[in-house]
Design a protein around this ligand. Structure first.
Ligand SMILES: CC(C)(COP(=O)(O)OP(=O)(O)OC[C@H]1O[C@@H](n2cnc3c(N)ncnc32)[C@H](O)[C@@H]1OP(=O)(O)O)[C@@H](O)C(=O)NCCC(=O)NCCS
Length: 182
């Protein structure tokens, strides 16, 4: 499986299209987006959101590093690292706050995520991060198991952050010290 990584480029129309496709994929949104009952599924849907997210115009974009993931000729996923995100519970050092997504279920569970995690860990190290703090929703058992497998430790829980199928769920915060990671 030939998988490549492309740093998100604000001027690349294919990047914009891939990102919007991911954002409109409701399966992806379920695990990835925060939503409140009155909002339905949240998340970006407008092409202008792309500029807002990646151009550096917004304060949010300034500390964000994003890579699109390509399998052969198709974009299948994306990951980002936000440095010292306001939601981080770990307050020492430089903390990478990641988002990671393989858009379609059919591409998950086949080892592509592993390659993405390794790239993400490397990027975090290159950016000088000391820790990675990830915060999956409570119901995202697959990701929680994967994080534990990579030696993340649970450090906190934020109650009632997203509303799915008639119920509120927390996000759980997991931390990995990457200072001694090869
Ligand atoms: C999370 C995600 C990126 C993982 O990618 P993936 O391709 O499914 O994962 P992989 O098949 O590469 O598995 C990664 C590792 O976890 C292990 N793993 C996979 N599923 C697992 C499970 N249910 N329990 C324990 N370990 C598991 C794999 O064996 C592999 O281990 P290895 O590194 O030792 O080989 C992908 O499933 C996804 O995009 N999910 C939806 C979006 C999401 O939940 N994003 C996070 C919200 S912020």
């Amino acid at each position: 499986m030939n998988i490549t990584f492309e740093k998100v480029d604000i001027h690349n129309a294919n990047h914009k299209k891939a990102w919007l496709d991911f954002s409109l994929n409701t399966d992806a949104k379920k695990e990835w987006m925060i939503r409140k009952p009155e909002q339905g599924y949240g998340g970006p849907t407008d092409p202008n959101d792309f500029e807002e997210n990646f151009s550096g115009i917004s304060k949010y974009a300034e500390s964000k590093h994003s890579y699109l993931v390509k399998l052969e000729e198709s974009y299948i996923g994306i990951y980002d690292i936000h440095i010292n995100h306001s939601q981080c519970r770990h307050q020492d050092g430089i903390v990478a706050w990641p988002g990671i997504l393989i858009s379609k279920e059919e591409n998950r569970g086949k080892g592509l995520g592993k390659k993405m995690f390794l790239h993400l860990f490397n990027t975090a190290k290159k950016l000088g991060c000391t820790h990675i703090e990830a915060a999956p929703f409570e119901f995202n058992q697959r990701l929680k198991d994967i994080l534990l497998k990579y030696n993340f430790k649970k450090i906190a829980e934020q109650k009632d952050l997203t509303f799915q199928d008639g119920k509120w769920y927390s996000s759980e915060h997991y931390l990995l010290d990457i200072r001694n990671l090869d």
